[in-house]
Design a protein. Structure first.
Length: 296
């Protein structure tokens, strides 16, 4: 895959990104499994990896850092995202009673330092805030992000699951650009096309990152009316392109200019997503799929 700029001021990334939000069972998905997935991604041209402090019960970053220590790939050959903002109850966090959000300056600085240590790296290519905490001072949050960037601990600032107004609010307090917004976008959830998220991301000269590009497997295996209807249309279009349902579903996102954020542990599904970049959907096929996603 040819690397592309994430935004007019952001770094180059692979046009698909692999994320670790589904890595939970480390009795199955340990270091060897992670190394295998990472090497498959690199083989397919995917060199950009998305983390968060909470992934894998607060363990996933450390697991990845251990894999990177084995030196089967070089730090300079990959692009690392990580994020904070969501706080979850876990055995390792006995003080946390309920899921909540924290984008305070103190939490951000602590999270970045922990992520650097766990990932065994000196810098994070893109650090994101995941969901804005309405109780935190937006000015203090922005100042903390800018200072982390000036220190070299993070190189770019991004957001995840921000509404248009939240995105505008944070941007208004920053003197440096936001380079990405992770949003949920797939053929079974096209809300971002209606609520202005996608338009605003493009207005800011950024490429949207589409989380859950296959709707958590629902596009392939969903049994509800909408999933069945979209699946049938995808099968029709896939036959035309000599492809498969999953590749066509991701090709639909790619035609929008979005970068799919891969979350599956299934190797064939990863290959299907990578294969989507060879599919050039015709405009009317794109609109037929879009119509199928909205007509229930």
């Amino acid at each position: 895959m040819e690397k592309i700029f994430l935004s007019d001021s952001g770094p180059k990334v692979s046009p698909a990104v692999y994320g670790f939000w589904r890595w939970e069972d480390f009795s199955v998905n340990g270091e060897s499994a992670m190394e295998k997935i990472v090497n498959l991604c690199l083989e397919l041209g995917i060199n950009t990896f998305d983390h968060a402090d909470i992934y894998g019960g607060y363990q996933c970053e450390e697991l990845f850092g251990n894999v990177m220590r084995r030196k089967s790939f070089k730090r300079e050959d990959i692009v690392l995202f990580t994020k904070c903002g969501i706080v979850l109850p876990h055995a390792s966090r006995p003080d946390v009673r309920i899921k909540y959000h924290d984008t305070s300056a103190e939490h951000i600085i602590k999270s970045v330092d922990n992520s650097l240590k766990k990932l065994r790296t000196d810098y994070i290519d893109i650090f994101l805030l995941d969901t804005l905490d309405p109780l935190s001072s937006i000015e203090a949050t922005a100042l903390a992000l800018e200072r982390l960037r000036s220190s070299g601990k993070i190189r770019n600032i991004g957001v995840a699951n921000f509404s248009v107004f939240q995105h505008q609010l944070l941007a208004s307090c920053l003197r440096v650009p936001i380079v990405t917004n992770h949003i949920e976008l797939n053929l079974l959830n096209t809300t971002a096309l209606d609520n202005g998220q996608l338009d605003y991301i493009k207005q800011r000269y950024m490429r949207p990152l589409a989380a859950s590009p296959l709707a958590d497997g629902r596009i392939e295996f969903g049994t509800d009316k909408l999933a069945i209807q979209v699946h049938q249309k995808l099968e029709e279009v896939a036959e035309k392109y000599n492809s498969n349902v999953e590749s066509i579903a991701v090709a639909w996102l790619i035609k929008l200019g979005a970068l799919p954020l891969i979350g599956t542990l299934n190797e064939q599904r990863i290959r299907n997503i990578a294969a989507a970049f060879t599919v050039k959907l015709e405009q009317q096929d794109w609109y037929e799929l879009y119509a199928a996603s909205r007509s229930v």
